[in-house]
Design a protein around this ligand. Structure first.
Ligand code: ADP
Ligand code: MG
Ligand code: MG
Length: 254
């Protein structure tokens, strides 16, 4: 079983000619088959964690370690991270001109699996996955992220997740900007991948709403750049009722 281990992770960004520490010692272990929710107020550093794990150049790891099955993730290129089995939704946030969803997915699958999926099987696989996500078949021919609505971006994210079959998936704000129907379809996708038992999921979210559809095994409260409390699914219920006030210094959210 694959294990992602984050140990005492500190991350800084450069802003206005100063170095600002955003992550202040994050410790977290995610194993294949587990679903962890990271919840916290706006500005607490949740997306910074996701970007740092994705290897985004703006985010500097100043100390700490991240390993996948003992391999140093921080030394890997973005492609190597994907091939090692890490799925980071924000890895491909940009438009890819002239590359269709269908070709993009096949290229990604080829890179990860080490060989090109047989075209006939692949077309069927993509078609079926898109049907499960209630996506119009024409979506496969569109250019990646070109004019995608918020909901289409999220569905595309889950489509990748279903087809690329990573060991560890990091989903940042997968619930944001989705109406209830889209949220249900996207959550069902995450649950299908999860039921395979082969993926460990790190679900990063500000709202408890998505946790009505996806039941986490572990919930972590994130505040001021670190995990300040961990518990089971009941912790999400507590947050839903009480909010983050108790965790935020001075009671005011950034
Ligand atoms: P969250 O996802 O929990 O809302 P973020 O990780 O987006 O939090 O942001 C945490 C803090 O780091 C905020 O104060 C934000 O302004 C700052 N920050 C994040 N990314 C950058 C960046 N690229 N440049 C400057 N400041 C940043
Ligand atoms: Mg934010
Ligand atoms: Mg965020």
């Amino acid at each position: 079983m694959a294990t992602l281990e984050i140990r005492d992770l500190h991350v800084t960004v450069e802003a206005d000619n100063t170095t600002k520490e955003i992550l202040k010692g994050v410790d977290l272990t995610v194993k294949q088959g587990e679903t962890h929710a990271i919840m916290g107020p706006n500005g607490s550093g949740k997306s910074t964690l996701a970007y740092a794990l994705a290897g985004h150049p703006k985010y500097t790891v100043s100390s700490g370690t991240v390993t996948l099955d003992g391999e140093n993730v921080l030394e890997m290129s973005v492609d190597e991270r994907a091939r090692a089995g890490l799925f980071l939704a924000m890895q491909y946030p940009v438009e890819v001109p002239g590359v269709s969803v269908s070709n993009f997915l096949r290229t990604s699958a080829t890179a990860i699996r080490g060989e090109a999926p047989k075209l006939r099987h692949w077309v069927k696989e993509v078609k079926e996955a898109m049907e499960r996500l209630h996506m119009d078949p024409s979506f496969a021919e569109r250019n990646v992220n070109e004019g995608f609505s918020g909901g289409e971006k999220k569905r595309h994210e889950i489509l990748q997740l279903e087809l690329l079959k990573p060991k560890i998936a990091i989903l940042d704000e997968t619930d944001s900007g989705l109406d209830v129907d889209a949220l249900r379809v996207v959550s069902e996708g995450v649950n299908r991948v999860r039921e395979s038992g082969n993926v460990g999921t790190l679900l990063i979210t500000h709202y408890t709403r998505i946790l009505r559809y996806i039941k986490p095994d572990h919930v972590h409260v994130f505040a001021d750049g670190r995990i300040v409390e961990s518990g089971g699914a009941e912790l999400a219920d507590k947050l839903e009722n009480e909010g983050y006030e108790a965790y935020v210094k001075g009671g005011a959210s950034a």
